[in-house]
Write a protein that binds this ligand. Structure first.
Ligand code: UT7
Length: 316
């Protein structure tokens, strides 16, 4: 089999959202903001913050749900890849701690990648590459973020946007499922960044309107590139799963590409922007609702700090 033709099949998904809900009204007691502004400018109504859980605690729960749903023997895993920009430690990685907590075999590479909000899609691409070189059948890909730990709760321009959570998927290679990807980066430490060298400033900083403009030009580019490479039209796609940053970004993309908004699943109203966790949380939620059926074509798109971007066509 020509490896270029082997797609990936997501055989199961999982997610974990911490139970602590933080509403827009809650935030208006901390910073000069209000529910109306946040809803109108972002679509976000509430988000969930960790209440003592670590990044790895959420990642383990999402990963376990995906493994349980897949019903696989973990000895068949070829890799454990976690996408995150908010790990508990520089080392050990979140992925290594998942390996420990879930007692995954010790003969599989386990590591984190950081491509911010594009991370889960980068992670699927990396895991696919590892599966192509492994005799084992499955890979675990997780996106997990504890962004609340890195928020400046005095900056209304960022603290209202983000939330915590984790999503996960078990993937296998497939000769039948189409897979096309378009990944890229353009280094930029001005639009959005989170320093680690200076503990005082270890917070998310963002020029919102510059990131907004980057998003509304990049997402259509990713979608068009994926459609062109796959040789299909926008109408052939059943769902577009876009990184959940802002409802207005998704509406703008839908209008620009003349794609019905109903094809863009949104849950940002409940979770806010969970960076690398947002795409797998959406996939898990849609899967549990029975929205995803075998053969459906789904285009996932991520964009964010780095700057990074990633689009992928998968078949369910
Ligand atoms: O996942 C990483 C990718 N990140 C993103 O995709 C975020 C992309 N950017 C955005 O989603 C939007 O730019 C924001 C939601 C962050 C901001 O929306 P905007 O429409 O671009 O607003 P703005 O930054 O231009 O600010 C407009 C006004 C300003 O006040 P003045 O200068 O006009 O008086 C802000 O100070 O809104 C003010 N403002 C707020 N007011 C109430 C900014 N944040 C808030 C707030 N509550 N939370």
């Amino acid at each position: 089999m020509n490896s270029d033709l082997q797609g990936i099949h997501i055989i199961a998904t999982g997610r974990y959202i911490p139970p602590k809900v933080v509403t827009n009204d809650d935030l208006s007691e901390i910073v000069d903001t209000n529910d109306e502004w946040i809803r109108q400018r972002t679509g976000i109504e509430r988000r969930h913050f960790s209440d003592g859980e670590k990044n790895v605690d959420m990642a383990v729960k999402a990963a376990k749900m995906a493994i349980d749903h897949a019903g696989i023997d973990t000895s068949e895993l070829a890799a454990c890849v976690t996408a995150t920009f908010s790990p508990d430690y520089f080392v050990p990685s979140v992925a290594c701690m998942i390996q420990k907590e879930l007692e995954l075999p010790d003969d599989i590479p386990s590591f984190d990648i950081n491509a911010a909000c594009s991370g889960f899609i980068y992670g699927m691409q990396v895991a696919r590459g590892m599966l192509l070189q492994s005799p084992k059948k499955y890979a675990l890909v997780v996106g997990s973020e504890i962004i609340s730990k890195f928020l400046d709760m005095e900056d209304r321009g960022t603290c209202v946007l983000f939330g915590d959570g984790a999503g996960a998927a078990i993937i296998e290679l497939s000769d039948e499922k189409k897979y096309v990807s378009y990944l890229g980066a353009g280094g930029n430490d001005e639009y959005i960044f989170c320093p680690n060298a200076d503990e005082e400033k270890r917070k998310v900083h963002m020029d919102g309107s510059k990131v907004f403009r980057f998003a509304v030009s990049t997402v259509p580019k990713c979608i068009n590139n994926v459609l062109d490479k796959a040789g299909i039209s926008k109408d052939d796609v059943d769902f577009y799963v876009c990184h959940q940053a802002n409802k207005r970004i998704i509406e703008n993309v839908a209008a620009k590409l003349d794609i019905p908004l109903e094809k863009f699943y949104m849950n940002l109203q409940e979770y806010g922007n969970t960076s690398a966790a947002s795409v797998p949380i959406v996939l898990s939620e849609m899967n549990d609702k029975g929205l995803l059926r075998p053969g459906m074509k789904i285009v996932c798109v991520g964009f964010g700090a780095g700057l990074t971007w990633a689009g992928v066509l998968i078949e369910w």
